[in-house]
Write a protein that binds this ligand. Structure first.
Ligand code: PEP
Length: 248
């Protein structure tokens, strides 16, 4: 899978039904699936089925933005991995920095979620990344290494990783190709150290203020296997352009 490239749209808590319908119509009008490049969309929970019905037939992969590790029961407000699978999800974003920051997600809560996702045949898309303070105090690689240690807890199995420097998410401040390459090459060395040969196969996406203007340069850097995109992915034309750039 090392050659697999992917672009995943993280819509966060944006769009209402009419926006979702308009997006699907406009995106699918010009989208062509290409072997070796996956396009994924992570809508808010209420629109998973709607996006799935409209875009899974075109080859788009459906992602959720979170899921609980418990199989079922009295967990008001939560959604299980089995339920995500049941409505057509291919994968689930886990450990996004907004979930770490606002909902206290940590490696301790994320490890069972990765296991539960895999048990339900969902691909975990694990987000990692350093804060501005950590970058400025030269702790970036140490933080990344600490966040990746989860891989040895959860063992072998499918996973994608998104490197998302927290200071670049939603800020318009994209990491430079050199900064991205340094961390992606380090992530690759860590995944190989922790998982052996399988660690060489994991797609590593970059996320943080990606737009069609900066993405082509980032895609040229070593070990960048695509992107996880927030703001720009809300616009169907921009998202389609990002997919096309990944297909080039
Ligand atoms: C994200 O939410 O994962 C993200 C990278 O957002 P943005 O592209 O808006 O920075």
């Amino acid at each position: 899978m090392k050659n697999l490239k992917a672009v995943v749209a993280n819509w966060k808590m944006n769009h209402l039904r009419a926006d979702v319908e308009a997006f699907c119509a406009r995106f699918s009008a010009g989208y062509k699936q290409k072997e070796g490049v996956a396009a994924g969309i992570a809508p808010p929970f209420p629109y998973l089925e709607l996006v799935g019905n409209k875009l899974i037939p075109a080859g788009v992969l459906l992602f959720a933005q979170n899921g609980l590790d418990k199989p079922k029961g009295a967990y008001t407000g939560e959604v299980s991995m089995a339920q995500l699978k049941d409505v057509g999800c291919y994968g689930v974003i886990l450990g996004h920095s907004e979930r770490r920051q606002y909902y206290g997600e940590t490696e301790a809560t994320l490890a069972p979620k990765i296991v539960a996702a895999r048990e339900n045949n969902l691909l975990p898309l694990l987000c990692i990344g350093e804060s501005l303070a950590q970058r400025e105090s030269n702790e970036t690689l140490e933080v990344i290494s600490r966040q990746l240690a989860i891989l040895s807890q959860v063992g072998q199995g499918d996973i994608w990783i998104a490197y998302e420097p927290v200071w670049a998410i939603g800020t318009g401040r994209v990491a430079t190709p050199a900064q991205v390459e340094e961390v992606h090459v380090f992530i690759r060395s860590e995944t190989i150290r922790l998982l052996g040969k399988a660690g060489d196969e994991i797609p590593i996406l970059y996320g943080g203020s990606v737009t069609p203007d900066n993405f082509p340069e980032l895609l040229k850097t070593k070990d960048v296997g695509g992107g996880l995109v927030g703001g720009a992915s809300l616009d169907p034309e921009k998202f389609r352009q990002l997919v096309l750039q990944t297909q080039e």
